[in-house]
Design a protein around this ligand. Sequence first.
Ligand code: 26Q
Length: 898
Amino acid sequence: MGDYLTPSDLPQPKLKRTNTGFTPNQIIALDASIPEGAKHIWQKYTKLDSFSQNAKSAVDKLAPVDDHDTSSFEKSFVGHVESTLARNMYNCDNLAAYQASSIAIRDELITDWANTQQRQTIHDGKRVYYLSLEFLMGRALDNALINLNSRNKTKNALSNLGFNLEDVLDQEPDAALGNGGLGRLAACFVDSLSSKNYSGWGYGLNYQYGIFKQKIVDGYQVETPDYWLKFSNPWEISRHEIQIPIDFGGYVYETHDVNTGEPKKIWHGSERVLAVAVDFPIPGYNTTNTNNLRLWNAKPTTEFDFTKFNSGDYQQSVAQQQKAEAITSVLYPNDNFDQGKALRLKQQYFWVSASLHDILRRFKKNHQNNWDKFPDQIAIQLNDTHPTLAIVELQRILVDLENLSWDKAWSIVTKVFAYTNHTVMAEALEKWPVDLVGRLLPRHLEIIYDINFFFLKNVEQRFPGDHGLLGRVSIIEESTPKQVRMAFLAIVGSHRVNGVAELHSELIKTTIFKDFVTVFGEDKFTNVTNGITPRRWLKQANPELAKLISEALEDPNYEYLTNLGKLKKLEKFVDDDKFLTKWDNIKFNNKVKLANLIKSETGIEVDPSVMFDIQVKRIHEYKRQQLNIFAIIYRYLHIKQLLAEGLSVEDIKLKHYIPKLSVFGGKAAPGYYMAKTIIHLINMVAEVVNNDSEIGNLLKVVFIPDYNVSKAEIICPASDLSNHISTAGTEASGTSNMKFALNGGLIIGTVDGANVEITREIGEDNIFLFGNLAESVEELRHEHIYHGVQVPDTLRRVFEAIESGQFGNPDEYRSLLDSIRSHGDYYLVTDDFELFLETHHKLEKVYGHHGGDANDSTHLHNWVKKSLLSVANMGFFSSDRCIDEYAENIWEVEPLNQ
Ligand code: 26Q
């Protein structure tokens, strides 16, 4: 090794390379600032004459670089800087380095991707298609480096070239094509599909604007657009040759089949746009299996509206064309709320129609019109009801275009689709006005009515005279206006319906889909508890912990990341103080990293030795950030009272409260007034508390703006405690609970969603559960309405403080407080408030010993042990396990092992 340069031997550049041009003098100065080692490598691979002339002398002077490891990346990198980006060694900044690195890595992926597609085509087995309107992918480069196992090599190569990998990775904008849990789940699933060697593609939309960026101005959320494609996207492979025409509007007429004489419907659309494919390779971990995520762009057709054109209205004709691109322009920013905008319906049809035609084209290449084979070849998973029109579109294609009989087509359709439900809340269940569907998709509306007719006829035969049942299960809601119930259509058109955690899957069977259990029987309804990919949420987010685990498991190749049950072996370290100390130190280091993020995002300095108590997720009343902030206000008021009574900060620490940092983060849907009020309250409380010098480090409150996947990667490994405190029965699963627990943070949570199964896996001693149970919720709500809401004294004090103006103009919080004390407290804040306070008291006692006297034998005892035992038992929550369950029980597909 002695003869070779290592990254740390290389001097760091003194001048910044930027993307602007330079004067000759500046180039001389820059030249002197670029380390000789770096220059050598640039010169070795350059194709630019002037640089390679210089190279000769430099090369001769220098020792050889370790070619084996890094040379192919370096060569590709320099090639892309010069050819693809048209830059050179002097004006390659971190952004250009990110782009060149990504293209270099993408080139590698494309080879694997092409081989994978060929292998899958030759094998000709069943394929899975995951239809999701959201893929919340986050950054791609670090993930690709980890999955390709080339992170170290690339880090060294970049260092050789004069760059720091972390700075380069930081240039990548998040691909934020999703709102929250549902979109991130889709991203974890495509990672697992590849990693477990399945043949599985994702289909979605390539929004030009992802979820908005959140700024906090004077404590209020302000939305700004996320134009994430500003610098072109090095990961996208444009498929200009894959163009699918999609029609809207128009009319339907009846004719006769020329061959059979049978009556036949023809749909004549009035508007046409093109769906153009863009592909993203999805690398698996420790496998060359590389699947595809295909997203669609809407583009104008080159055909004109000739009526307008001929009437001389050329401008109008062009304007019409330009409107096409609006379809894929923006992600709707609502999470768990149905807004019912016409453009959203257009997005949905555009996407499912393009995807289905693409899927059918691939099927026909091998199987022509052998439709009987279709369900053996294809499984389509519907991520929520957003792609439900796919059911109708496939039926239309088979009946109208492929001339299959209705029954034959329907038997194929119902074998292909399966539907995942993500919510029990009525306001999130999608419905579309019948007249809107009819205007946009006249033929589809007819088919929906026909599906409903045959379905209800069948129900009528099996449950004669039960008219109530017919009305309750009808796909058409007979309201004003009439609406299409998308969840019902999804159930009727699918062979399986699953919830995303055990409790949730049980709840949907007894509440919103109860009548469908009567009609179809229990077996159609199943559960697949959510999971997360440990590649991103452990290895990428928490490399130090991942490394410690790999050493402890004697697994130098990190194979446990695709066999997460192996974490169980960590249990044997539970009495190993040396190991626990290392464990604890890693948590501390992660807290320092979060403290740095907080400093750079908010300017607030926080002490990494205090308890980090975190709640990051979309802001929603059902997730109850208001419960958390009210408890923080209570704590603050109590601390102030104790100080007023003459106690010192030290006394309070000994007798009452441990020092704590409360962290919040999350976006509110732009039209969700109550959620925005909660954000404002949190920020105003932060302002007051953080500027109160009397309370020392007993309490700080921080709202991290613009919570996204990249920030989650820093936040999740840094919690001591995280909050998953939804009203029981409202959070379908939750997945950040899994991310925090896998990174050794403990949970305070309600008996809701996946918290239930997390408790079962890690043991009830290692989680802090509180609150009323789902089975009591209905009764409590009833009580509130008929007997009034009882606000406990503790919470009343909080309300009084808010109303006194202590946190700004109380008028701004009126509707928030009224929703609780006067409008029935739908989310049961009053019922769970004191239980929440008590549980905090209990858990802080456990944490209190921690960080105390190092000679105290309880130090390291309880909290860190609980942390270790949690991680050891989180193996179940790998998304690899989810994918295996879907594959076996729903899709009936097997991995194609290499
Ligand atoms: C519907 C109609 C119109 C516009 C938007 C929507 C819409 C958009 C997004 C409805 C719902 C969503 C997202 C829902 C979601 O993220 N649900 C979460 O899914 C996670 C993965 O299963 C669960 O863990 C969470 O519990 C659930 O809230």
